[in-house]
Design a protein around this ligand. Sequence first.
Ligand SMILES: Nc1ncnc2c1ncn2[C@@H]1O[C@H](COP(=O)(O)OP(=O)(O)OP(=O)(O)O)[C@@H](O)[C@H]1O
Ligand SMILES: O=P(O)(O)OC[C@H]1O[C@H](OP(=O)(O)O)[C@H](O)[C@@H]1O
Length: 182
Amino acid sequence: MKQVPVIAVVGPSGVGKDSVMAALAARDPGFHLIRRVITRPDQAGGEVFTGVSQQDFDAKRAGGVFALSWQAHGLSYGVPMPSDEERAGARALLVNLSRAVLLQAQGVFHPFAVLSLTARPEVLAARLAARGREDVADQARRLGRADMALPAGLRRVITIDNSGPLDDTVEAVLAHLQRESA
Ligand SMILES: Nc1ncnc2c1ncn2[C@@H]1O[C@H](COP(=O)(O)OP(=O)(O)OP(=O)(O)O)[C@@H](O)[C@H]1O
Ligand SMILES: O=P(O)(O)OC[C@H]1O[C@H](OP(=O)(O)O)[C@H](O)[C@@H]1O
């Protein structure tokens, strides 16, 4: 089967990772989204994910279900290895990852690239407040880790500012990928 790149979409909470992933998939159905397993109630909204209890999460991790797993914001996150069905017909697989697991991800997925999204601090704060998924204290904690640097040693990183309209970001990502494949 042909090698389908995994593109890790990273950046601070509220920068727009899930929005950009959804917009890319809407623009080009060749972008498939990897569904994460999270210890968050299913009805929390936002991205499409599989919500599980901590006990179920731990059992899945022990059973080797996850290619990657990590903890952030008091939650556990797992990414299953994409199946052949998920890869079939895909141009690229997009997955929302913590910046903390990128080097590990680079060792697991081949080919692998990072899409690093940025936004101005005041834009981040306004977006988290408007989204309203977390309370004010949790929003502040999320903003506190906004400037976490990417690890050294990543081979392919595309950095795009998402402070402006979503359509501009989608165009910028597509243009970048097109330049790379030219
Ligand atoms: N370019 C944009 N312009 C305006 N609003 C945006 C843009 N990108 C995202 N948003 C809005 O900002 C909020 C946060 O976006 P989103 O949930 O996609 O971020 P995220 O990076 O996935 O956050 P988290 O890591 O916390 O899940 C959402 O309400 C979304 O609609
Ligand atoms: O700050 P870092 O470690 O890069 O990202 C940590 C986590 O924060 C976000 O979680 P959520 O989607 O808001 O639950 C990201 O998706 C990632 O899983």
